[in-house]
Each structure stands twice: as C-alpha cells, then as structure tokens.
Design a protein. Structure first.
Length: 367
C-alpha cells in the first residue's frame, strides 16, 4: 500500500473514532434528559418511592417534613400523628416524612417544587437545617450532582463543585448518566416489563389509622461495640473537616433561602429544625461553627418569618446507632415529645394566623 493510501486509512480511522465518541456522548446526553425529566426512578429511586407512598394517601397531609436520613430516622409520623391527635383532637393535621438520603436544602427545594406541581400544597413544612449541610463548602452537592441536578443547575453547581474539588461528580452525572446508573436502569426496565405482563391491581388510596399515643419511652438498644465507636470517631473527624473555617454562603444556603421565600409567598408556615445528633457529632461541629450557624438561622427567622427549633441535644447517646442516625427506639423517644411540645403549639398558631416570627421573644420561644 502506498503512502497516500496509508494516510487516507488513518484519516478514515480517525473519523470513525470521532464519530463513535460523538455518538456515545450524544446517546449519554439524550438518555440523561430522559432520566432527568421522565424516568426519575433510575437516578433517585428513594425519591420515586416517596412520591408513590404520598400519592397512595387519600387525604393530603397538612404537614410535610423535608430533610435527610436524619429526619427519616428521627421522626416517626405514626407517633407524631398520635401526639397531635391527643393535643388537638379529631381535627388534628396529619404528617408525612419526605426525608431522603443526603437531603440537604437542594433536595428539599426540588422535592417541594415537585410536590407543588403534583397538586400538594401543605399548610406547614418542617425543614431540616444543620451546619454541615449549609456550609459554604457544599459538602453534599456532589451527591446531588449524581442523582438530582439537571442541566438547569449546571451554571450554579459548576463553580461550587470546582471550589470544593468535586467537579468530576458533575461531569459524570451530566455526560455519563446511562453508564453511571446502568444497574438501576436495568432493574427499573425489568420491573416495568414485569408489570406489563403481570399487572398489579389498582390500590384504593387510604390513610394509615392514627394509633394510640405511646405512653412510655422504649429501652435503648445494647451499647455499641468498640469497633463501632471507633468508626463513629473517624466519621466525626470527617465532620470536623467539613466545617473547618466554617462559612455560610454556598449553593445549599441559597436554595434554602429560595425555599423559604417561596413558602412565604404561598402563605405556608415553616419550622426550621436541627434534629437530634449524638454528643460526638455536636463536639465535632464545635462552638465557632455553631455560633455562625445560629446567627444565620436567626437572620432567616427574621427575614422570612419562619421559626427555629434546636433539638440537637434532645436524644441521649444510647439511642444512636452512629454519630447522627437514631435507632427506631430513638425515633419513638423524640417523636412522642416533638408532636405535643413543638408541632401542636405551632399548628395552633398556624390556624390562628400568628405563626410568623415577629420579635426576639417569640423567636426564643422556639429555640
């Protein structure tokens, strides 16, 4: 083969490689659009499951709890509903826990917007706040880049993920979604095929019955093993690094303020809650970060008319299975108190239209 022929073959091979790469990226991007807007289960199955459970309710819950897995472990809606029924009577509101793993304000805002589009408009939302999830470092934004953010979020998330050194999460989430979620994609496809050939009967929407109030605290589980305690201390070291040189002002805080502004414009009452965490976790946060965080929350309460409740130290350490997740017994312990002590009085103010924070005295009542 002469030199001209070899050169032409090289050009042809180069074009084939470029076309292959281009078609691969195009398939990934187009497939990603499908996963972003039409098939959310593949990217975030917990979110899809939560929406299905909510849609199976006959009566839209008046109180929604938005937060992370800490909220999921801590607040037992059956016990909250029982406490509200005992305190408020037959017309008491019902609660629904929208907690999702790594549920920072970015997740809370997206879930809230989705629920509004689905026709849900609660009278009250309880939103989790915590120094780690509100740090300017945006400690959890990389998780959202993989499972929640879409192309609309890229301009805002790009600089934040460059700043904390996790930009490759956004690249993978945007340019390789089909590869990244291949397992869940296959699992969801098989489930759809199975439903096609074995259709399930349509379920009638129904609400869970309100149970009797829990009268006593459950016994805490056995003490944690030394190996688990060592893991907890290691995790708390990571928490300390996440709030090092603590500042507020990243994507998460901006999303939180957008959520609060949206709720205010819709007349929806907001209660900001710092959920229970272990003493190890509180020590890892430190006084400096906690002080900056408290001042920021105070500003939010005054600007957006919401209230704040700090329950970070309300659960004894024996009820935790790690540094910030409670056992089921721990959820019972705090839920039987939180309903009548916090939710019920706040709900009375919501019904009477007196829920916004108007003074420092009123704010301190809910600290």
């Amino acid at each position: 083969m002469d030199r001209v022929g070899r050169k032409e073959n090289r050009r042809r091979g180069f074009r084939i490689v470029l076309w292959t790469m281009g078609l691969f990226v195009l398939a990934q991007v187009l497939g990603g659009l499908v996963l972003d807007y039409l098939w959310i289960r593949v990217r975030f199955p917990w979110q899809a499951d939560m929406y299905e459970i909510l849609q199976a309710r006959a009566r839209p819950p008046e109180i929604l709890l938005l937060g992370s897995s800490r909220f999921g472990c801590t607040w037992d809606c059956n016990i909250l509903d029982a406490g509200l029924r005992q305190a408020l009577g037959e017309q008491s509101p019902r609660t629904f826990n929208c907690a999702l793993p790594y549920g920072d304000p970015t997740v809370c805002e997206r879930v809230f917007d989705d629920l509004l589009r689905m026709g849900y408009r609660p009278k009250m939302v309880v939103v989790e706040v915590n120094p780690v999830s509100l740090a300017r470092r945006d400690n959890w934004l990389n998780q959202q880049a993989l499972r929640l953010l879409d192309w609309r979020d890229v301009p805002e998330a790009f600089l934040a993920l460059c700043r904390n050194g996790k930009i490759m999460y956004l690249v993978r989430g945007r340019l390789l979604p089909l590869y990244l979620h291949r397992y869940q994609l296959c699992k969801s496809a098989v489930a759809k095929l199975d439903a096609l050939f074995h259709p399930q009967p349509v379920r009638t929407p129904a609400d869970p019955p309100v149970q009797a109030p829990v009268q006593a605290d459950p016994e805490p589980p056995p003490p944690l093993a030394p190996a688990v305690l060592a893991q907890i201390k290691g995790s708390c070291d990571e928490v300390s690094r996440g709030v090092k040189n603590f500042q507020i002002g990243g994507v998460a805080s901006g999303r939180l303020e957008r959520l609060l502004d949206r709720c205010r414009s819709l007349g929806i009452a907001v209660l900001l809650v710092q959920p229970p965490v272990s003493s190890y976790y509180r020590q890892a946060i430190g006084a400096q970060a906690d002080g900056i965080f408290a001042e920021y929350i105070r500003m939010l309460a005054q600007r957006y008319g919401c209230r704040y409740c700090d329950w970070s130290d309300r659960l004894p350490d024996p009820y935790f299975k790690d540094e910030h997740h409670a056992y089921t017994q721990g959820g019972v312990y705090v839920s039987r108190r939180f309903g009548p002590e916090v939710l019920a009085p706040f709900w009375r103010d919501v019904i009477s239209g007196q829920w916004s924070v108007a003074s420092d005295q009123q704010e301190n009542q809910w600290r």
